[in-house]
Design a protein around this ligand. Structure first.
Ligand code: PSU
Ligand code: MN
Length: 304
């Protein structure tokens, strides 16, 4: 294990014994949800992974190390840290490590850490993507570039409609990232099960997903695979109401001049306000569902 990485004994044991491990990100805890729901959710995700027979490894940067698996004290520091917690993507990791800063990892940085630790499956809520208006702002999440280069399967509920979903799928195609739908032929739109946009392939079982991962990586085709798992039907939000809320959230961010890495957390908080908390409840339901499916994929992958 790389000297910058610090796994918990439980994760180190599971990896050494080739038992299934699921990586979990921490930006959703620090920047994606308010306290105390963020802390409850972080613990609930770990419980979901365990209940499905895998070992959870929540990833974050603390005291100059990339922690692979967090104890309860570390989870609390992230959940209560507010603006003192840095949001870390690929470019930010070396700076935070050298400074000994407290930082939460995005999808991109969590993929890097998972890969270094030897974890092949990672569950999150939604990935970053191509922002609306990217043709002038150039705002394309580093998550997409990471999916292109780092060999980890990312289980998500699609991408939020704060993004431009057709452009996001175009970039994934260009960069050679397979987009799989879990039990669906459509790319899910986070709060909605449907977007009207097709995925590359529909998988109905975790075994099929594991077979595709093995084929890709055994061929030496480095890079990630995106497994899009729709929000459970009972937790879906009304697509038209969400579109109205997204338009308002975008207008508010524009009026305040919010840019760069601050835009995604700002939009998430605005959506929660505008939906009276319903976006948060939906977010928690879908991410728990992703943790369960990721544990299934990790188990299938560890079964020869
Ligand atoms: N989308 C969500 N919830 C999130 C994020 C994205 O629906 O919490 C977080 C993830 O950590 C993701 C990051 O990797 O935001 C993307 O940020 P940016 O758009 O600045 O790359
Ligand atoms: Mn961005």
């Amino acid at each position: 294990m790389h000297s910058f990485l610090l796994p918990t004994p439980e994760v180190a044991d599971a990896l050494a014994g080739k038992r299934p491990v699921v990586a979990l990100e921490s930006t959703v805890i620090s920047h994606g949800m308010p306290y105390p729901r963020n802390l409850e959710t972080a613990r609930a995700l770990e419980a979901e992974v365990r209940a499905a027979g895998a070992v959870p490894a929540t990833i974050a940067v603390l005291d100059g190390r990339i922690r692979i698996g967090l104890d309860d004290e570390a989870l609390e520091r992230l959940a209560t840290g507010g603006h003192a917690v840095r949001k870390l993507s690929r470019r930010d990791l070396p700076i935070a490590l050298a400074a000994g800063a407290l930082g939460a990892t995005t999808v991109a940085a969590t993929m890097i850490a998972a890969r270094l630790a030897g974890i092949a499956v990672f569950a999150t809520g939604g990935i970053g993507g191509v922002h609306r208006g990217a043709e002038t702002s150039f705002d394309v999440s580093a998550d997409l570039e990471e999916l292109a280069r780092t060999s980890v399967c990312v289980v998500c509920a699609g991408a939020k409609s704060i993004l431009d979903l057709p452009k996001t799928l175009e970039v994934l195609e260009t960069r050679g990232v397979p987009v799989l739908g879990f039990g669906t032929g459509e790319f899910p739109a986070f709060y909605s099960r449907r977007s009207g946009l097709p995925v590359d392939h529909r998988c109905d079982t975790v075994t099929e997903v594991a077979d595709i991962l093995r084929a890709k990586w055994q061929l030496g085709l480095e890079g990630g695979v995106l497994l899009a798992n729709p929000i459970p039907a009972g937790d879906e939000l009304d697509a038209d109401a969400m579109e109205t809320a997204v338009a308002q959230a975008l207008a508010d961010a524009e009026a305040k001049g919010i840019k760069g890495k601050d835009i995604t957390p700002h939009l998430l908080a605005a959506l929660e306000r505008l939906t009276g908390g319903r976006s948060l409840t939906a977010n928690i339901a879908l991410i728990r569902n992703n943790a369960r499916v990721a544990a299934g994929v990790a188990t299938a992958l560890s079964t020869p």
